[in-house]
Design a protein around this ligand. Structure first.
Ligand code: AMP
Length: 281
């Protein structure tokens, strides 16, 4: 496995691979890898001939006062994990390499980014779509793999690829969870043991609402209210949002009908966690 930090070297490595007629799979990450990331890599490995993983904590997608500085970073640990997952190249550029002095171009998906995390974190998705476009241009993958954990991100990126006629496919991998249900996240490393226990409020509230739906409840106001009540019982939790929206348009709906996304963002202490569930049909 090679670790590459310059765009020039990354482009030439991938050109060589393409010259051999191999397909390229790509997994963009911010590093501090966990089993969720590794599942994406395994998926890439099973569907393409050559796997590139990027590790880049993208300053553009963090707002003022968010955790850009504190975000966990450990390239040597990540390298051994990626290598054992059979990754061929890690692309780990510096901020200066990606955004040289005078950088001025941005990519923005409208409408879909005005709700959920886009509303709570203004500018976040502009940072995501800009960096992912740059990474796609650098790596030129056949298939890029993203996680359902970031449900809105997946919808926004699919829209971007469609609208801009980008030459690749996007595959979405289901949420990978800890044994007790907590969705894996690099940010879980911020949680102390009390907070780690409290963080179960997210996945457990989704399980609770799944049962409510199975028993026949279809009114979204009632479902959202029940989730809010459930999470509010946890003293360390502070709700950012709980929403039920249509998929893939992310519009508010009164009743469960068609495909729906139930999405949550909750602060556990100072750590903002997200989780979601999609109900098909
Ligand atoms: P991140 O490093 O958090 O930006 O995540 C990189 C990629 O891994 C994104 O496509 C995420 O959606 C995906 N990912 C993160 N956590 C999980 C998880 N628990 N299950 C599945 N995919 C995940």
């Amino acid at each position: 496995m090679r670790v590459i930090s310059t765009i020039k070297e990354m482009k030439s490595a991938v050109r060589e691979v393409r010259g051999q007629g191999k397909s390229v799979g790509f997994v963009p990450t911010m590093g501090y890898l966990h089993n969720g990331h590794l599942t994406l890599m395994q998926e890439a490995k099973s569907k393409t001939d050559f796997v590139v993983v990027s590790i880049f904590v993208n300053p553009l997608q963090f707002g003022v006062g968010e955790d850009y500085e504190d975000y966990p970073r450990d390239l040597s640990r990540d390298s051994s994990l990626a290598e054992s997952a059979g990754v061929d190249i890690i692309f780990a550029p510096t901020v200066r390499e990606m955004y040289p002095k005078g950088y001025a171009t941005f990519v923005e998906v409208e409408k879909l980014t005005g709700v959920l995390c886009g509303k709570s974190r203004p500018g976040h998705f502009k940072g995501v779509t800009t960096v992912v476009t740059k990474l796609f241009n650098i790596v030129e993958p056949d298939i890029a793999f993203f996680g359902q954990k970031d449900a809105q991100q997946s919808i926004v990126l699919k829209k971007m690829v469609e609208d801009l006629n980008m030459n690749l496919k996007i595959e979405i991998v289901p949420i990978v969870r800890e044994k007790d249900g907590l969705a894996m996240s690099s940010r879980n490393s911020y949680l102390n043991s009390e907070e780690r226990r409290a963080a179960l409020a997210l996945s457990q509230s989704l399980e609770m609402v799944r049962e409510l739906i199975a028993s026949g409840e279809r009114n979204n106001l009632v479902l959202v209210d029940e989730i809010r009540k459930f999470i509010s019982r946890e003293p360390l939790a502070r709700i950012d949002y709980v929403e039920i929206l249509s998929v893939p348009d992310l519009e508010k709906t009164e009743f469960l009908q068609g495909s729906n996304l139930i999405a949550l963002a909750v602060f556990i202490g100072n750590t903002r966690l997200i989780d979601n569930m999609v109900l098909e049909g």
